[in-house]
Write a protein that binds this ligand. Structure first.
Ligand code: ADP
Ligand code: MG
Length: 606
């Protein structure tokens, strides 16, 4: 029996493990990377209970001799780099030599491995960093690593694990990323004894996307391939109009490595800025290839962050490539001036998987397509029509005081005395004559404000007016979405939306809040999941969560009535003035402004 003490420094490894191995998905990521580095053309991943009880990664790669197998468990043992200079030329996933010893220090770790040339394989078993045994074993060429009882000896870490459903969603997402990165390797993913997906060797990325994300998404994507001065971009991007509320389907790779890159994310968001509604994100699976010396991947072991030596060049290149494709497709919508991305716009740093820091928003250094021709510019008015923080006019006192039972039922008795509806301009703006002058109302903004406060009130009073649907609406979600939704079904039901689970990742919307059109229910549900994913509907802060839900509903789900007759227009105005914050929409846009009689007189030099 061997007496090698290969893991003398258990503590050091457990500490390193804290960095590298934060959750079961990190173990899977490291093992799958090793299999790919070993040249595997077939990888099978199996896990149980979100990975906490059992994980196995098996490959048909090059395997290890007994000596190498033992060496691989030493800290900083790697066959992949010799000197730091090699880091520049790195083409493998791993290079730190930390993963295996780290995993072995915080779990029971069993490795069977055999190079094709050897007749027998080697089995090494380690438990919590202690070598249990090394012996010969039989197996086909390749490597099988089984990790059980993760974090058993490190209760502090175990405590931080989320529900099995959430942990397994992370594992599934990780395996998907590598399956996308390497379509030529066959992947099988088995969860709790059931095959979750199984993709044979694929010739193209499209095929792989269809295999693991479904034909629907594959059909919504356009192929991109562009080269320029040492940069190559290939992959798939969403057709204009295909969008998500969160950025988790903006999947990017640099030199085949799944990455989280501010530069690439911004480039994508900017490219689509003209065709996407506010708060929506594009869908893309993009591969950037460039000289490894131009990328720094060594930012953090567990994170996917990368930095480019010339951020500006990469950014410009990606934007040009994507815009070019969108234009070729002929779908690129004309740019309205107010849609030109504002470099100061803050993109919320909400997605934990692809965090983007707000601190240093890069300035765009690219050309946007020319704005669509519009009316000749009108000379700016001499008087400034700024929105007065507190308007010079006052809503009739009757409205302000009518906050009895339901503040939103506009009392019949209410008359906006002295107000006249003059009509609408450009569809969106309602014009009124007021006793004090002229008032222009942005109907959309006013409607959003009214509904926002109305819904907040309903939520606060626990008023749940919900309508059962005659035909339930089926919705298919991805694994993470499903896991997140499952945790919040009760909460949603409490807010009028009843969703039932019927099969893995399949749900049925059975009842919707009375304000929601059934046709809009699926989109709304997806938007809600996007918010949950971004941490904006945190259960621990129910008041804020309800506010976010009300904001989303007011903006996206409650339809603005088409009708603009006098009665409706005045009713909207009266309801707006009854709001606690009538001056801005829930998103902070002004709802109206007034041109006083004094302003008018001044402009006409009376
Ligand atoms: P790194 O990947 O950073 O080199 P790891 O700790 O992940 O470090 O792996 C250590 C070494 O073990 C690798 O460099 C490789 O030589 C070997 N190895 C690990 N997994 C496999 C595998 N599945 N097949 C063949 N060799 C492997
Ligand atoms: Mg590795």
């Amino acid at each position: 029996m061997s007496s090698i003490r290969i893991l003398s420094d258990r503590v050091a490894n457990q500490i390193a493990a804290g960095e590298v191995i934060e959750r079961p998905a990190a173990v899977i990521k490291e093992l799958v990377e090793n299999s790919l580095d070993a040249g595997a053309t077939r990888i099978e991943v199996e896990f149980r209970h979100g990975g906490r009880s059992y994980m196995r990664v098996e490959d048909n790669g090059k395997g290890m001799s007994k000596d190498d197998a033992l060496l691989s468990l030493e800290r900083h043992a790697t066959s992949k780099i010799v000197e730091t200079a090699d880091l520049d030329q790195l083409s493998s996933f791993g290079f730190r030599g930390e993963a295996l010893p780290s995993i072995a220090s915080v779990a029971r770790f069993e490795m069977q491995t055999r190079p094709a040339a050897a007749v027998v394989g080697t089995e090494v078993v380690i438990n919590g960093g202690k070598l249990i045994h090394v012996r010969e074993c039989g197996l086909a060429p390749g490597t099988r690593i089984t990790v059980t009882h993760l974090f058993n000896a490190v209760p502090a870490r175990r405590k931080f694990l989320k529900s099995d459903a959430t942990e397994s969603a992370h594992i599934i997402q990780a395996v998907r990323l590598y399956a996308l990165a390497c379509p030529q390797t066959a992947f099988t993913l088995i969860e709790d004894g059931r095959v979750f997906f199984q993709s044979p060797v694929c010739l193209t990325l499209q095929e792989r996307v269809a295999e693991i994300f479904g034909r629907q998404l594959a059909a919504d994507l356009l192929a991109v391939e562009t080269m320029e001065e040492g940069l190559k971009l290939t992959g798939l991007i969403g057709r204009p109009g295909v969008s998500r509320t969160a950025r988790h389907e903006m999947i990017t790779f640099v030199n085949r490595r799944p990455v989280d890159s501010r530069t690439l994310n911004y480039a994508l968001i900017e490219s689509y800025a003209t065709t996407l509604a506010k708060g929506r994100y594009p869908v893309a699976v993009l591969f950037l290839e460039l000289n490894p010396a131009e990328v720094d991947v060594n930012v953090h072991p567990a994170k996917r962050e990368v930095r480019f030596r010339s951020e500006g060049q990469v950014r410009g290149f990606v934007i040009r490539a994507v815009l070019q494709k969108l234009r070729e497709t002929g779908h690129a919508a004309p740019v309205a001036p107010d849609q030109i991305p504002n470099p100061n716009t803050q993109i919320p740093n909400t997605n934990s998987q692809f965090p983007i820091s707000n601190s240093q928003t890069p300035t765009p250094n690219f050309q946007l397509p020319a704005p669509a021709p519009s009316l000749p510019p009108v000379a700016p008015p001499a008087a400034s029509f700024s929105v007065p923080p507190f308007s010079v006019y006052r809503a009739p006192p009757a409205v302000i005081l009518s906050t009895t039972a339901s503040p939103f039922a506009v009392p019949r008795t209410l008359a906006l005395t002295g107000w006249r509806f003059l009509g609408t301009a450009h569809g969106d703006y309602a014009l009124f004559e007021s006793p004090a002058g002229l008032v222009v109302v942005d109907r959309r903004a006013a409607h959003e404000r009214v509904w926002f406060e109305r819904l907040q009130g309903q939520f606060a009073r626990n008023e749940l007016a919900s309508q059962r649907l005659l035909f339930a609406i089926p919705v298919e979600l991805d694994a993470i979405g499903s896991a997140l939704l499952l945790d919040r079904l009760d909460w949603l039901a409490k807010h009028g939306m009843e969703v039932g689970e019927f099969g893995r990742n399949f749900f049925r919307i059975e009842a919707v809040p009375s304000w929601l059109e059934p046709e809009a229910a699926e989109d709304f549900l997806r938007d809600v999941i996007g918010l949950i994913r971004d941490g904006q509907l945190d259960e621990k802060n129910p008041r804020l969560a309800e506010e976010e839900l009300a904001r989303l509903a007011a903006q996206k789900a409650v339809r603005l009535p088409e009708s603009t007759n006098e009665t409706d227009a005045l009713a909207l105005l009266a309801r707006l003035f009854a709001c606690t914050q009538p001056h801005t929409s829930p998103a902070g846009r002004p709802t109206h402004f007034e041109l006083s009689r004094g302003d008018l007189a001044k402009r006409f030099q009376r």
